[in-house]
Design a protein around this ligand. Structure first.
Ligand code: ADP
Ligand code: MG
Length: 322
C-alpha cells in the first residue's frame, strides 16, 4: 500500500525549474513564490467533486487535464500568465491505475503552460479535487469584470455549445448518434484554456470572463459588475462543429446557455478591432465579434435581422438545480 508521502513523491513531485518565480516547491510547510518586481499575483481556486462536476467513472487522464484546465481558464480570463498551482486531493484509495494517468493528464497540461505544481494536501475521502492556481499580470493590465464600457464590442473565443451537447447526449436528453457524441465529447472532457489569448489581450481588451456556466449568465456578471447592458447578435455566436449541424433553436439555446465551454467572453473598444483580431492570430485562437455593450441595463438578444428574440434562459447554478 502506497503511503501518503510515497504517493506525493511518486506522482506529484518534480524538480523546480530555474530560473522562475517558484523559489521553493513541494516538500516544505509552504511553497515560496517570488513574482517579478511590480507584477501582481492573480489567484483562483476551483473544486471538482465526483458526481457533481464529473461522472464517477470519469477517465483519470482527462480528469487530471480538466481540473487544471478550468483553473488555467480563470487566469486566462484575467489576462494573467500561469506561475504555479497547489493540489488538494481527497481520494478513496491510493490506486496507481488511477494516480498514474491522473497525474499525467494534470502535469502534461501544466508543462504546456509552464505552470508548476508547488504543493497541496492529500487525504483519504470521497474523490474531490481542489486546485488553487497562481498567475502573474502587470498592474493595470488585468482584464476585470468591472471594466466594460458602453460602446465596447463583445467578443467570444473559439466556439460554444459542444460541451453542453455532449452532456445532453450522455443524459439522453437528445438522440445523438455515436459519431456526434464522439465529436462533441472532447469539448466536455478536455477543455482548452485560452491562456495565450488572455495574455495577448492585455492592454487591448477591457473586461473579460471565462464561460463556465453559459454565456448569458457569465456575460451577465460583466454587465452587473460594470453597471452596463448589452445587445447580443445571437445568430453570430459561433457554434461548436457538432452543434453547427443541429436545428437553429437548439443552436441558440446551447450557445447562449450551454456551460462548460471555457471560452473567453471579453469586451474591447470598437476602435481596437484590428488589434483584437491580431491577438487572436498571435495566439492561434479564433475570435468572433458577437454584440456590443450599451449604457441601457439588461441584455437584449437579436436575431440575424436585428429583430428582438424573446428567450427564457437560465445559466447553471449549483444551488438552484437538483
Ligand atoms: P503538512 O503536514 O504541512 O500539511 P503534508 O505532509 O500534507 O504537509 O505535505 C508534505 C508536502 O507535500 C508539502 O510541501 C505539501 O505542499 C506537499 N503535498 C501534499 N499533498 C500534495 C499533492 N496532492 N500535490 C502536491 N503536493 C502535495
Ligand atoms: Mg497536509
Amino acid at each position: 500500500m502506497l503511503s501518503e508521502f510515497d504517493l506525493i513523491a511518486r506522482y506529484f513531485t518534480r524538480p523546480t525549474r530555474r530560473p522562475g518565480p517558484v523559489t521553493l516547491g513541494i516538500g516544505d510547510d509552504c511553497a515560496l513564490l517570488t513574482p517579478p518586481r511590480g507584477s501582481q499575483l492573480a489567484i483562483s481556486s476551483d473544486m471538482l467533486v465526483e458526481g457533481r462536476h464529473f461522472f464517477p467513472n470519469a477517465d483519470p487522464f482527462q480528469l487530471g487535464h480538466k481540473c487544471l484546465a478550468v483553473n488555467l481558464s480563470d487566469l486566462a480570463a484575467m489576462g494573467a500568465a500561469p506561475v504555479g498551482f497547489t493540489l488538494a486531493l481527497s481520494l478513496p484509495a491510493a490506486r496507481p491505475e488511477w494516480l498514474e494517468p491522473f497525474s499525467k493528464g494534470l502535469l502534461n497540461l501544466a508543462d504546456r503552460h509552464g505552470c508548476e505544481l508547488i504543493g497541496g494536501d492529500t487525504t483519504k475521502g470521497p474523490l474531490n479535487i481542489c486546485i488553487t492556481i497562481f498567475g502573474q499580470v502587470p498592474p493595470a493590465q488585468s482584464l476585470r469584470r468591472d471594466a466594460a464600457q458602453a460602446g465596447d464590442d463583445i467578443w467570444i473565443s473559439g466556439t460554444l455549445g459542444d460541451a453542453r451537447l455532449a452532456l445532453a447526449g450522455y443524459r439522453n436528453e437528445l438522440p445523438l448518434d455515436k459519431d456526434m457524441l464522439a465529436g462533441a465529447a472532447p469539448r466536455m472532457h478536455a477543455p482548452t484554456p485560452r491562456v495565450e489569448l488572455g495574455v495577448a489581450l492585455r492592454g487591448i481588451a477591457r473586461a473579460a470572463i471565462d464561460i463556465s456556466d453559459g454565456l448569458v449568465g457569465d456575460l451577465g456578471h460583466i454587465l452587473h459588475r460594470s453597471g452596463v447592458g448589452a445587445s447580443l447578435d445571437v445568430d453570430r455566436l459561433p457554434p461548436g462543429t457538432v452543434l453547427a449541424a443541429q436545428a437553429a433553436d437548439l443552436r441558440r439555446r446551447f450557445t447562449l446557455a450551454g456551460g462548460d465551454d471555457y471560452e473567453l467572453c471579453f469586451t474591447a473598444p470598437a476602435n481596437r478591432r484590428d488589434e483584437v483580431l491580431a491577438a487572436g492570430s498571435l495566439s492561434s485562437t479564433p475570435v468572433t465579434r458577437v454584440g456590443s455593450i450599451e449604457a441601457l441595463p439588461g441584455l437584449r438578444l437579436k436575431d440575424a435581422d436585428g429583430m428582438p428574440l424573446p428567450m427564457q434562459l437560465t445559466s447553471f447554478d449549483h444551488f438552484a438545480s437538483p
